[in-house]
Design a protein around this ligand. Structure first.
Ligand code: 7PM
Length: 381
């Protein structure tokens, strides 16, 4: 097993640590999830809490504490966590209470969708390989047809993107991006689909929402374009804030973290705070740990194994693992079009940890996998 040297498994909760800023270095998540009648029994007996208002519950907590460059990782039942936090002082008790409430609280509808069951976001790429007008026209028509097929396969959301974020790729300007995606957004929105737009450009965000998009999905979490925060706020749309370290062109060169799961958490917490300060209400926000964006295989694995942590941010969690290179690297080098089974396995690992939205290429296959997972784990819904 490759445990990072910064991480120390702590058999007992560390005691007597109280000093300035301690609460801000304490993180909380569920230690695994219960489902179906086990979840119901745990909640009814007071031994467990519902997770994010969904059908899963948790009966034990995971706890992380940053201590300089080290991270203590522990697991404890609720009463012990509560007793521990009170013994550590008022600030810690308040902090732990806040995190526990955020973990458990009902999530309101996101872009009009109930999050009482996992939602599937299908990927619609509009990236013409021809620069003739004919090529662009056919790219739009193909993208609309693909979007319609994904809706028929059971997609709840269509994520329309016109800029390739492939590592090493040249950025696309906002005008070209709008020429590519606006006809597609308009056509699919007219069919009643919930449209998300994968862009980091403020002008594209504004025009896409005008054209009917309900969600802005920004891999830079509204940091790349100086107008993005204001435009997104004024648009009224729902927003996905994704974590990325570095820039698509160079992000895989040398990703480095103190401890990736917590560094990603801190980044997302800061971006949520920036959005709230810009007047965006919490019910419009969603977070995404950004698997593959400035992360080594080991960083991706560390984050994937701790997805429950992000529920303590109090908003829905979106996960994008579909066909990503870590799946190839973890399975003997499978190329992108041979990563379906690994993608489904990673998606279910997310569902097991209460992720509310999955961003995928293979909608029909993912719907089947999630349906069967639910039928076996939560037979009563
Ligand atoms: C090349 C590299 C092509 C990476 C495509 C990609 C995500 C996203 C993308 C994600 C959210 C891909 C990515 N990935 N938006 N946009 N979350 N919110 O594999 O994981 O689709 S582009």
């Amino acid at each position: 097993m490759t445990t990072p040297s910064v991480l120390e498994a702590s058999p007992a909760l560390p005691r007597g640590l109280s000093h300035e800023g301690l609460a801000q270095r304490l993180y909380l998540g569920p230690a695994g999830t219960l489902a179906g009648s086990a979840a119901a029994a745990a909640v009814a007996s007071g031994r467990g809490w519902g997770l994010a208002g969904g059908p899963l519950a948790f009966a034990m907590c995971r706890l992380w504490l940053r201590e300089g460059e080290r991270v203590f990782e522990s697991v404890a039942p609720f009463p012990e966590v509560l007793e521990w936090s009170e013994a550590e002082g008022e600030a810690m008790a308040v902090h732990v209470g806040r995190l526990l409430r955020a973990l458990a609280a009902n999530r309101p509808r996101f872009a009009g969708l109930d999050l009482d069951r996992p939602r599937i976001m299908g990927i619609v790429n509009v990236t013409p390989d021809s620069f003739s007008d004919g090529g662009k026209f056919f790219a739009a028509a193909d993208a609309v047809a693909h979007g319609v097929a994904l809706l028929e396969a059971g997609a709840d959301i269509l994520d329309v993107g016109g800029e390739s974020t492939r590592p090493g790729s040249a950025p696309v300007g906002p005008e070209e991006e709008m020429r590519r995606i606006l006809p597609v957004v308009r056509a699919l929105a007219e069919k009643g689909a919930v449209i998300s737009v994968d862009t980091r450009h403020a002008a594209v965000m504004g025009a896409s929402v005008e054209a009917g998009a309900a969600i802005i999905n920004d891999i830079t979490a509204l940091t790349d374009d100086e107008n993005a925060l204001a435009v997104a706020a004024a648009s009224g749309a729902a927003i996905v804030l994704m974590h990325m370290q570095g820039e698509p062109g160079t992000m895989q060169a040398a990703p480095a973290y103190r401890f990736a799961p917590l560094d990603v958490y801190d980044y997302l917490a800061n971006r949520l705070a920036a959005c709230r300060a810009a007047g965006i209400s919490a019910d419009r926000l969603c977070v995404d740990p950004g698997i593959g964006f400035g992360k080594t295989v080991e960083h991706n694995r560390q984050v994937m194994a701790r997805l429950g942590l992000y529920h303590s941010l109090g908003v829905p969690v979106l996960l994008g693992v579909s066909r990503k290179s870590f799946i190839g690297r973890m399975s003997g080098g499978a190329v992108a079009d041979r990563r379906l089974s690994g993608s489904l396995a990673a998606a279910l690992a997310g569902i097991e940890q209460g992720v509310q939205i999955l961003r995928v290429h293979d909608v029909a296959e993912t719907v089947q996998a999630v349906t069967i997972w639910q039928g076996c784990r939560i037979p009563d819904i």
